[in-house]
Write a protein that binds this ligand. Sequence first.
Ligand code: PMV
Length: 303
Amino acid sequence: MITCSAPGKVYLFGEHAVVYGEPAVCCAVDIRTRVSVAPADSVIISSSLGTTGIDFETHPYVSAVVERFRELSSLKGVSIRIVSEIPVGSGLGSSAAVTIATIKALDALLETGLELDEIARMGHEVEQRIQGAASPTDTYVCTMGGVVMIPQRKKLELIDCGIVIGNTNIFSSTKELVSNVAELNESFPDVIGPVLSSIGKMSLVGEGSVNSKDYVSVGKLMNINQGLLDAIGVGCSELSSFTYAARNNGAYGAKITGAGGGGCMVAIAPRERVGDVADAIASAGGDVVVTEATDIGVREESR
Ligand code: PMV
């Protein structure tokens, strides 16, 4: 049996603006999805969602990866077991992580010798097949790990402080939120255009602060980014309440991560204040995940 894992991700800066070609900064976080594979006579996929064969309802990403490997190799049967720490459908990159970890595990089992950039590319193709449209961000960050500026694919210094995620558990459709922002931009281009380009500038200024490990400045920029995300209509009262709870209890800064409208927020905090920030978000009604940035992208854990 071979086990591979891949991390989730948060956006430090730049979601939504990145859709308009502006830079964004993403950070792999140490909550991981583990995928174990072993030879078998038929395809068996098991996870907390149940045990299936190739099944595009229950296990769409893993099923698509298996089909892709059938084109590349003589694969007939395989047993695949998925265990994930990443909450599903909350903008933390759970689908990218399961896709990338499965690709790496099958690559190891079948000795197809894929390079990391080929794994990232295949992962993006699988996400596009399943979702219709997908940005390459999640699959790239989850493959490579670390803090990455996109679309440049430039690695920044690893964030060396606490990261606290607050999940609203409110469903948010990335597609719908991206289209709401597009509508607002069409109605008020002279107002929304500069907001989106300011968000892009935040990523460029933030790059310097991340690289110099100036987390007070990173936090201030995240707070400004949050204001601008609110301005383009992707906030909600729960996300606001969690971000203020975090800021009032020692976080350097806090903002939505991902599409917004629900989903998750992220705070960065000095390690000694992480407990206070986590408690404050939980008291405001959030499901809390305390984590750290990780340089470890997809990797083989054991065989
Ligand atoms: O919530 P997520 O992780 O799907 O992030 C969406 C990020 C957007 O910038 C809003 C859309 C995109 O494809 O980049």
